[in-house]
Write a protein that binds this ligand. Structure first.
Ligand SMILES: NC(=O)c1ccc[n+]([C@@H]2O[C@H](COP(=O)([O-])OP(=O)(O)OC[C@H]3O[C@@H](n4cnc5c(N)ncnc54)[C@H](O)[C@@H]3O)[C@@H](O)[C@H]2O)c1
Length: 509
């Protein structure tokens, strides 16, 4: 992208502060095209502030949010901790700044009511940075849906199935959380239902409907290595069923599983669409279940080409574009505060529904004050995990437990690598491309020494504080990665033998 390109026909500039410099930094490259100058940044993390300063020399940077909000600028890109977005957005509005808030908008229903009313009172622009509706395929579907190609929404299945175990222990850039005996402020415990916007958002935008009722059932299976998994963290599945305002239904699936997937399917009364990442966008048009099903190329316009070169398939560009456009021209963005509430509330209520064994909830429309009044004092929320002192006993040796987040990050990589080696070994004879197995063997062999070292460090911590939550997750990962086998002297010998054995030839037909 070059600086010359110009999107808005105005000389007006927007002075932007970025609050939260992990995810927050994904946006800054797009700013010059959208009349935005990044003039301030704020983060608790020193290494993030340093990187921000390198990328934005001359910008003000601090770890102190009050000092940040006192600076003279127009708007905040809010990318702080997910459950804090509501209260942090309110602080920005009170400081007189427009807000582009990362997902989700708020954590409790009461906070949602307060945020809506704060936005109304302020007269400032508030947008939610829900970016998944603005991929080429989803924007194409939205255009065709508006033209009536698909008829009425009958049913949709959108999902955000993303296993991000290491993020319980590191920042988004894989740098371990410090001090090392503490864990990530919310990814270590927040139930996946809360993170409902990347799958619900696209369905809302494409079909022009809003959610009106939600229900969910509790599951009891979870993956190894998730701290708050047993009390429902981000290590389990979180499916809910949602009634949409036109009478259609949607299955909204979030969660961590052993198969990340972003398959998206829409069924209208006249036609259907399916996005499978490996295949692309397919439509079935002709009004019946067996009508022709063909792949289409969802073309971008010129601005889309610019968008496509930024993050999340162009989505990051579009949310920043809509926000700047609303500030500069007054034209509303798709995710104003009311749409932000529509897309956030079903997550809060789905989690509550699952906790109450499947009790269905109506999704209030916060445009209506009477409906807001019903939830004004509702502070029901998931109990946060004690991220500062929950992992190890208070008198634990800090020299040892200070290594926990680093060891856990490395152990996750190590044990998953070993597990892949062992499990693919069980089906290697059936592989269509046997050389792929050799690649796994090679990678495991290359890392063998550091894998064993990581296992030993983890074992020391487990043995020192066996009853702690920290020991539990370390143990789970050691078990998953077959500690006993991997740390036995014969393991390396076997690996090396395999490495030097030629791969099986492909069967001739
Ligand atoms: N839309 C997307 O595709 C997408 C992708 C990644 C993350 N996100 C969202 O963006 C947000 C930020 O993501 P992240 O991965 O960087 O998460 P994070 O929670 O690790 O980062 C928040 C950052 O804000 C800083 N911070 C929080 N409160 C602060 C305060 N009061 N003062 C100073 N610094 C403060 C923290 O130090 C941290 O670096 C999350 O809510 C996440 O849901 C969205």
């Amino acid at each position: 992208m070059t600086r010359k390109k110009r999107v808005f026909d105005t000389e007006k500039r927007i002075r932007l502060g970025i609050w939260g410099l992990g995810r927050g930094l994904s946006f800054y490259r797009t700013c010059p095209f959208l009349n935005i100058d990044v003039v301030a940044g704020c983060d608790y993390n020193e290494h993030m502030r340093r990187r921000f300063q390198e990328m934005n020399p001359g910008a003000f940077v601090t770890d102190n949010d009050e000092e940040f909000l006192r600076q003279d600028f127009d708007a905040v890109l809010l990318a702080t901790y997910c459950p804090n977005h509501g209260r942090d957005a309110i602080r920005c509005l009170r400081a007189g700044k427009h807000v582009l808030s990362e997902v989700t908008a708020f954590f409790t229903m009461a906070e949602g009511v307060q945020l809506v009313e704060e936005v109304e009172k302020s007269g400032l622009v508030y947008n939610l940075a829900e970016n998944y509706p603005f991929s080429a395929a989803n924007m194409y579907l939205a255009r065709k849906w508006r033209e009536g190609l698909f008829g009425e929404l009958m049913y949709a299945e959108y999902e955000y199935v993303h296993e991000i175990r290491y993020l319980s222990y590191t920042h988004i850039d894989r740098v371990p959380v410090q001090p090392g005996w503490t864990v990530h402020a919310w990814r270590s415990w927040l139930n996946y239902h809360y993170y409902c916007t990347h799958s619900l958002g696209p369905v809302m935008v494409i079909t022009g409907t809003r959610p009106i009722r939600v229900v969910s059932l509790p599951g009891r299976q979870y993956l190894a290595g998730y701290l708050a998994a047993k009390s429902a963290g981000m290590g389990a599945v979180a499916p809910s069923l949602i009634s949409m305002s036109n009478g259609g239904l949607m299955r909204n699936l979030m969660g961590a599983t052993t198969n990340d997937s972003h398959i998206q399917r829409l069924w209208g009364t006249l036609g259907a669409a399916e996005i499978i990442p490996e295949v692309g966008l397919q439509l079935r048009l002709g009004g019946s279940g067996g009508s022709p099903k063909l792949v289409v190329n969802p073309a971008w316009d010129e601005l889309g080409e610019l968008a496509a070169r930024t993050g999340h398939g162009g989505g990051d560009f579009w949310v920043l574009y809509y926000f700047a456009r609303q500030i500069l021209t007054g034209q509303p963005a798709p995710f104003d505060i009311y749409a932000a509430a529509d897309v956030t509330i079903p997550g809060i209520l789905a989690f509550r529904s699952a906790r109450e064994n499947g009790k269905a909830y109506d999704v209030p429309d916060f445009r209506d004050k009477k409906q807001r009044d019903l939830w004004r004092h509702d502070t029901w929320a998931q109990q946060p995990y004690d991220v500062k002192s929950g992992v190890f006993p208070p008198d634990a040796d800090r020299c040892l437990t200070g290594q926990f987040t680093t060891v856990m990050r490395d152990l996750i990589d190590a044990s998953l690598q070993c597990r892949a080696y062992f499990d693919w070994g069980k089906v290697k004879k059936d592989l269509a491309e046997p050389e792929k197995y050799q690649e796994i063997v090679k990678k495991t062999a290359a890392q063998a020494d550091s894998i064993v070292e990581t296992y030993r460090k983890a074992r020391r911590m487990v043995d020192a504080y066996p009853e702690s939550d920290g020991a539990r997750v370390l143990r789970e990962m050691l078990e998953l990665g077959k500690e006993e086998v991997v740390t036995s002297p014969s393991f390396l010998r076997k690996l090396k033998r395999q490495l030097h054995r030629p791969g099986r030839r492909k069967n001739r037909q």
